[in-house]
Design a protein around this ligand. Structure first.
Ligand code: FE2
Ligand code: FE2
Length: 301
């Protein structure tokens, strides 16, 4: 039996998003010139977005090593984005499984899965093209992630999707027009930013609708779930193995990064928009606050 009632507002949004998806989408296979050479001396991320920027370890790196580290950090963020997209696709398919497939809502969810399929292929291809390993999350996190599609539901599920999407979006938006960044990377960022705007609209409305239906008991679970998942998202962005590329021991690099106020500020900046929304929606609160603070998305409160 189908669970989804045809709510008029929900269907209207889905119809609009379906139309927009049909009018504007990219196929990275043809829209990106994968054979174009990388530009010598151009960065892959801005220096001030590097996890070690401003630390003692950073001071010891040559200009060339700083570019190299940024390249590996970009590959790590992209392949972690890919990891999260794969989890998200599973969660969306779980929703569709129970929904009326003739509803625009279910059809848009399927369209979003199709978008994410292209994005994940694009991120994987970019990592390969710039000559980096497929970092993704560390092994224990990769294993732990498997339970998310099983235990995740409701506004926390859509809220966690939003944290991953909007954190990435804010950084990519800042970098897509930066002339100092490699053209290939800028194009990947541009494609992702454009298509994610629809996903954000879809998920934000689901959060608002879901919150209106929650019982008090469920609210605590939802707040804890989203805080834990968001903590894992921000902590996984940079795989410690990236530091090996510039001769830094992974444990030393990761520790320096996590205690680096510049990096903490980058995470806070990247989550600024979505945190205001989630706070407004009532999803940021006890019993999740310790995880939020440790995620750097919320500064001590
Ligand atoms: Fe995506
Ligand atoms: Fe997305």
């Amino acid at each position: 039996m189908t669970r989804t009632l045809r709510e008029p507002g929900r269907e209207k949004t889905a119809e609009r998003l379906l139309k927009s998806s049909a009018n504007k989408f990219y196929d990275p296979e043809v829209d990106i010139d994968w054979a174009a050479p990388l530009v010598e001396g151009k960065r892959f991320i801005p220096e001030h977005r590097s996890t070690l920027y401003g630390t003692e370890l950073w001071d010891r790196l040559s200009p060339q090593q700083r570019i190299e580290l940024g390249k590996h950090e970009l590959a790590s963020v992209a392949t972690n984005g890919l990891w999260f997209e794969i989890l998200l696709m599973q969660m969306l398919l779980k929703e569709v499984y129970d929904a009326d497939p003739t509803s625009s809502h279910a059809q848009y969810a399927l369209t979003e899965v199709a978008d994410e399929c292209r994005h994940s292929t694009m991120f994987a291809r970019m990592a390969e093209r710039i000559g980096c390993p497929p970092y993704g999350p560390v092994l224990w996190r990769r294993r732990l992630g498997k339970i998310l599609p099983v235990i995740g539901y409701g506004p926390a599920l859509y809220g966690s999707i939003l944290v991953a999407e909007e954190v990435l979006d804010r950084l990519q938006r800042e970098q897509m027009n930066d002339p100092d960044i490699q053209p290939l990377v800028r194009m990947v960022n541009r494609i992702h930013v454009l298509e994610e705007a629809r996903h954000v609209t879809f998920a934000r409305e689901e959060v608002t609708r879901g919150m209106a239906r929650l019982s008090k008991k469920e609210l605590a679970y939802q707040r804890l779930l989203i805080a834990v998942v968001s903590h894992e998202i921000t902590r996984s962005l940079v795989n410690p193995a990236v530091y090996k590329a510039v001769g830094i021991r992974p444990r030393d690099g990761y520790q320096a990064a996590m205690s680096n106020p510049h990096w903490q500020e980058t995470v806070r900046y990247s989550g600024e928009r979505i945190m205001a929304f989630l706070d407004d929606a009532g999803l940021v609160g006890r019993p999740g606050m310790t995880f939020w603070r440790r995620s750097f998305l919320v500064s001590g409160r």
